[in-house]
Design a protein around this ligand. Sequence first.
Ligand SMILES: Cc1ncc(COP(=O)(O)O)c(C=O)c1O
Length: 381
Amino acid sequence: MTTPSDGPATAALPEVPAENLTRWHAAIADDLRAAFESVLPVGKYTLGAQLRAFEEEFAAYCDSTHAIGISSGTAALHLGLRAFGVGPGDEVITVPNTYVATVFAITYVGATPVFVDVDPDTANMDPARVAAAVSDRTKAIIPVHMYGQCVDVDAVRAAAPGIPVLEDAAHAHGATLHGRKAGSLGDLAEFSFYPSKVLGALGDGGILTTSSDDLDARVRQLRYMGQAGTKHEHLVLGYQERLDEMQAAFLRVKLRCLEEQVAGRRRVASRYGEWLAGTPVTPPAHDVTGRHVYYMYTVLAPRREDLRGFLDDRGIRTQLIYPKLVPDQQAYATLPWRAADDLAVARSLVPQLLCLPMFAELTDGEVDRVGRAIRDFYGVA
Ligand SMILES: Cc1ncc(COP(=O)(O)O)c(C=O)c1O
């Protein structure tokens, strides 16, 4: 006689989620509650002591002088370009395989996005392509630290001397390049605190870091309605884009765990690397130039769709980050943009990329289930 528990062994296995926040939050729940309790009675919920403290702590973490808390990563990119003075008629160089927010920010200020192709191993901006993309209208460059690995920003700067660089570090809290932190490599750097990021809020949030006093002052003015200290004196067109006190308090708690989180993600990545050896799957490029923080563990997989379905049948969830290039999005069918080259590498990566489950609390057993399933799919012992 059969019972439901006599089905295939895999059917009874719990899901391996692509990402998960509740395990981390459960472990620090008391501290998060204490943070909430510390803000609630103060009665000041914007631009208060928590935000100021978090800004100082995050700037220090990034080896940067200033950090300005903003309501989202998208808003931070927008304000960063405004702070550079980018506007209509200007061009901003970036990559086509990023999240649409990077490119929308360029469009928000009335500038034209100019796409350059990426390195086939890292999926990061290829510095060798940048010089040819520069025109007399180029006003900024946004390299995106894809999946948690830094772009060679020094090489980008060398290819376009004098052009301001805004790092899109939304994937890269804690990443390094030759020992220097993401957030300290460009003139400005934007981070997102979207909940699933390596450092995420319990809602939306973002930040800009800079070591320029002038850019710091400009961004502070822009994020709070164009004021420069005196309330109700609006000196420039500004925005209501502040990171709030409650999120700053939560982020202070979570920032204290960031190094441990990065170590957890790197442990998972290293274990995946062992499982993928000898399979047709290409693991992420080795981080010889710095520390990859593995916001995503993105592999290149032959027969990607079949593999994805196979893993899904075994309860293993994956993601496609990102399944369509930004210039191929319908929004950009009518909005202006320019490609500096044929974008052939970025285009070739899209149908192969697959993001395996990745978060610091994944157990070795869960990673082993993913690794075993991939080997089974390709018929590798
Ligand atoms: C590369 C990249 N840039 C920018 C953003 C925008 O951040 P947010 O979602 O906080 O607006 C994201 C976040 O999803 C991102 O992944």
